[in-house]
Design a protein around this ligand. Structure first.
Ligand code: SF4
Length: 458
C-alpha cells in the first residue's frame, strides 16, 4: 500500500495541463485514418485466432439511452423516456454479434464483459437478460471471468441486480458524481443519497463482490464543504472502488455543458483544492491511490492486481483482466486487437443503417506501427506497473523525444530513470498522465490532432 503522503500542491499546479487519460495509445484524436471494413475484419480474424484460446476476449457493449440529460456529460448517449427503443437497439446488437460470430472460427471465450453507457439500467431486467443470454449461449465463459455493469442509482432495481447476478455479474459501478442537492440541481442529476444507499445495499445483499462509485470534482457550485460531505457519505457506504474523476469541461464537443453558467465552475486553484481534499479524506479512510483517478480498498481485486503487477488498462479504464483483445459492440464502441483500433459509427442513425444492411458499423480506426506498439507498452507499463524497461531498438527515439522530458520529471522528483528503464517515484504516482505523456510521440512531435479535446489533468 502506498504511504498516505501529501501531494505537493506546487507540482499539482505545474502539471495541471490538458493531457489524455491514456485509455488507448495512440489516443483517439490522432486516429485520422479511414479503416476499411475488410482490413479490420482481416486484422480481427488474425488476432482472434491467436488470442481467443490463450487469453480469451473482453467484450464491451454500449447501451446509449438515458431518461434525462446530465449537463456535465461527455458520453455518447441518447435521451429518451420512450422505452420502445430498447427492442430496436437489442436487435441491432444481436445482428452485430452475429456478424462478428461469423468471423470467429472457434467458440469465443468471454473473459471480461462490461455493459456501459448511457445508462445500461435504462433497459429492463428482462431485456438485459435476453442480451447477455444471446451472447453467452454461443460462447464459453472463462473460469476467471469478470462481468460488470454501470448502474444508475435511480433506476437500478433489485430485479436488475438479481438477473445480472444469476448471469455471472459480480461488479457494479454506480454513477454517484456528487451528493449535494444544489450541485445535483445545476447538473440536472437529482439523485437522493437514499437511492445510492439502497442500490449499494441491494447489490451487496444479492452477492456483488465489488461496488464502485464514480465521483467527479470540479462540477459547478462544488465547494470544499460540499465535496467533504459527498466523500464522507461515500466512505460511510464503503464502496470497494472509487473513481474520482476531474470534470472535463469541453463545451465545444459536449453541447450540454453550455447549459450551465461557466461562472459556477470552480476556478483552477479551487479545483485543485477539491481534488486534494477528496484524496486526503479517501486515503485517511484506507483507500489506496491506484493511479489516474482510481482508489481501492486493500481487499479489492484492483488493489491486489496492482500490487501483483497484473493491472491492465483499456477503454474501460483500469481492469484486472488482460484478455488478448477487446471487442466493442453498439453505437460508438471501440474495439482493440492490440495492433489496431476500430470505432463504430457514433450516431444511432448511422449505426442502424450499417448493421441493418448486414455490414459491420466501423466508422474509423487505426493500425498501429511497430513504433506505436512499443510506446503503447511503455505507457501501459507506467500506468499499471509504475516501471518499464527500454528496448535497445527504441533508444534513438527515446533519446530524442522522451529522455529530455524524463530529466525534467526527475528534477521534480516524479521519476527515476537511466538508459535502461524508468520507474515512478511515490510522488510520481499522482502525476501518471504527465509521465505517460513523455512517451506519447504524437504529443512530443507536436503532431496536430483532429480535435484539441484533452481536458486538464486536474
Ligand atoms: S452522465 Fe450518464 S446518465 Fe447522465 S446523461 Fe450522461 S450517460 Fe446519461
Amino acid at each position: 500500500m502506498m504511504p498516505n503522503e501529501i501531494v505537493n500542491p506546487l507540482l499539482v499546479r505545474k502539471y495541471n495541463q490538458p493531457l489524455p487519460r491514456y485509455t488507448s495509445y495512440p489516443t483517439v484524436p490522432f486516429w485520422n485514418e479511414k479503416l476499411e471494413t475488410e482490413k479490420w475484419q482481416s486484422l480481427f480474424v488474425g488476432k482472434y485466432a491467436e488470442q481467443n484460446h490463450v487469453n480469451g476476449i473482453s467484450l464491451y457493449i454500449h447501451l446509449p439511452f438515458c431518461e434525462s440529460l446530465c449537463t456535465y456529460c461527455g458520453c455518447n448517449k441518447k435521451i429518451t423516456t420512450n422505452h420502445s427503443v430498447e427492442e430496436e437497439y437489442l436487435l441491432a446488437i444481436e445482428k452485430e454479434w452475429k456478424l462478428y460470430r461469423q468471423l470467429m472460427k472457434q467458440t469465443p471465450v468471454i473473459r471480461e464483459l462490461h455493459l456501459g453507457g448511457g445508462t445500461p439500467t435504462f433497459f429492463s431486467a428482462n431485456n438485459l437478460k435476453r442480451l447477455i443470454t444471446t451472447i453467452l449461449k454461443t460462447s464459453i465463459v472463462h473460469p476467471r471471468h469478470e462481468f460488470g455493469i454501470e448502474g444508475h442509482p435511480n433506476n437500478t432495481t433489485r430485479e436488475h441486480l438479481k438477473v445480472l447476478y444469476a448471469l455471472g455479474f459480480r461488479r457494479i459501478s454506480y454513477g454517484v458524481q456528487d451528493n449535494d442537492p444544489e450541485v445535483q440541481r445545476v447538473i440536472n442529476r437529482i439523485q437522493p443519497i437514499e437511492n445510492v444507499k439502497r442500490a449499494t445495499e441491494e447489490a451487496r445483499a444479492i452477492g456483488f463482490k465489488s461496488v464502485n462509485f464514480d465521483l467527479i470534482y470540479g462540477l459547478p457550485l462544488q465547494t470544499l464543504e460540499s465535496i467533504e460531505r459527498t466523500i464522507n457519505e461515500t466512505i460511510e457506504l464503503k464502496p470497494d472502488r472509487i473513481a474520482f474523476y476531474s470534470y472535463a469541461h469541453v463545451p465545444w464537443t459536449s453541447k450540454a455543458q453550455r447549459l450551465f453558467n461557466e461562472n459556477d465552475l470552480p476556478d483552477a486553484e479551487s479545483k485543485i483544492q477539491l481534488y486534494l481534499k477528496g484524496k486526503e479524506l479517501l486515503t485517511n479512510a484506507g483507500y489506496a491511490d491506484i493511479g489516474m483517478d482510481h482508489f481501492a480498498l486493500p481487499h479489492d481485486e484492483l488493489f491486489l492486481a496492482r500490487n501483483e503487477g497484473r493491472l491492465h488498462r483499456n477503454f474501460m479504464g483500469y481492469t484486472t483482466q488482460n484478455a488478448g483483445m477487446l471487442l466493442g459492440l453498439g453505437v460508438s464502441s471501440i474495439s482493440d486487437t492490440g495492433n489496431a483500433f476500430a470505432q463504430n459509427e457514433k450516431t444511432l442513425h448511422d449505426y442502424y443503417i450499417k448493421i441493418n444492411s448486414g455490414e459491420l458499423a466501423i466508422r474509423k480506426g487505426y493500425c498501429l506501427s511497430k513504433e506505436d506498439i512499443d510506446f503503447k507498452k511503455y505507457i501501459l507499463d507506467i500506468s499499471c506497473k509504475g516501471a518499464m524497461i527500454f528496448n535497445d531498438d527504441d533508444l534513438p527515439l527515446l533519446r530524442t523525444y522522451t529522455f529530455p522530458k524524463l530529466s525534467a520529471l526527475a528534477s521534480d522528483g516524479l521519476v527515476e530513470w537511466d538508459t535502461k528503464g524508468a520507474k515512478l517515484t511515490e510522488q510520481g504516482h499522482y502525476f501518471i498522465r504527465a509521465v505517460c505523456s513523455a512517451f506519447d510521440l504524437y504529443l512530443q512531435r507536436g503532431v496536430q490532432s483532429e480535435k484539441p479535446i484533452f481536458s486538464k489533468a486536474i
